[in-house]
Design a protein. Sequence first.
Length: 354
Amino acid sequence: MRTLLTGGAGFIGSALVRELLARGDEVLVVDKLTYAGVEASLDEVALHPGFRFLKADICDASAMAGAFHDFQPDRVAHLAAETHVDRSIDGPAVFIQTNVVGTQVLLDQALAYWRGLTGAARDGFRFLHVSTDEVFGSLGAEGRFDETTPYDPRSPYSASKAASDHLVRAWGQTFGLPVLISNCSNNYGPRQFPEKLIPTLILRALSGESLPIYGDGLNVRDWLFVEDHARALALMLQVAEPGRTYCVGGNAERTNLQIAERVCEALDHLQPRSDGFSYQTQIVFVEDRPGHDRRYAIDAGRIAQDHAWRPRIDFDTGLRHTVIWYLEHSDWWRPLTKDGMVRMGTRDSLSFRE
């Protein structure tokens, strides 16, 4: 199969590239290489015979039309997006442009291409839009998001992703484009951009800086190892029926404070501080972020029932693997830092997104 994959130099995108190539697919990565698009994340597949790369903006209709024409994909995996909540609070416009307008442009080009297909190629074509559980808003102490949960976005980022989800559904209903949507919980793992919570904690701990935790630290997220997520997306591309939506989660709810403590415990074991103190002494609480959702949790029962998918990596194993990867790959993350400090979102020097 030939997959056109947008955002393939990003964290989840690059994991999906590796998964698809391992399954024998050919992959064309389309990526603008903005600040979070790390070309080094694709180094290990750069010489793979099934891999191609196109530096382009999904908002550029001409470039997208050319990509479809030249590559002739069997399916599309759309992961290109602006994703940092704090950045969306400071500057919503770029989120609307990339996440909403970019998705509309890509849908239009996919539709034009699909209409030109015939027979098995037309029947087998899929457009998979990868979204987030943040479109559903915030949960109380009980319950989980599933595919029937009403949308209730609380930030410019989640609102832009909700809008793009609705566009994808509309192109499916109005024009018959065979679309799929996934809404995932928080991902973690190797090659995640340093402004996200877990790499932020790892790298700030190693640099001796404070470990900022918003509010009381009791905001809860469901954590999904990125390679498990990539398996789910590859499976959807392969076998899911058009029009289906799947929630994908790791069944690993943790508070932000628990995440910080587990990262510190791993570092205490793997690379202890020279003064003998725990990295937990570096944890500080900072003013909460505007519109900070209290709890997310995913019910992944539909994808388990339909396609026998379940996460394989438990959280403790995945977190340890992640910490080890960052310890061993400073060549990857150091160019993404400034003067030895992790480059964050723009709200202030302690900004990060879970």
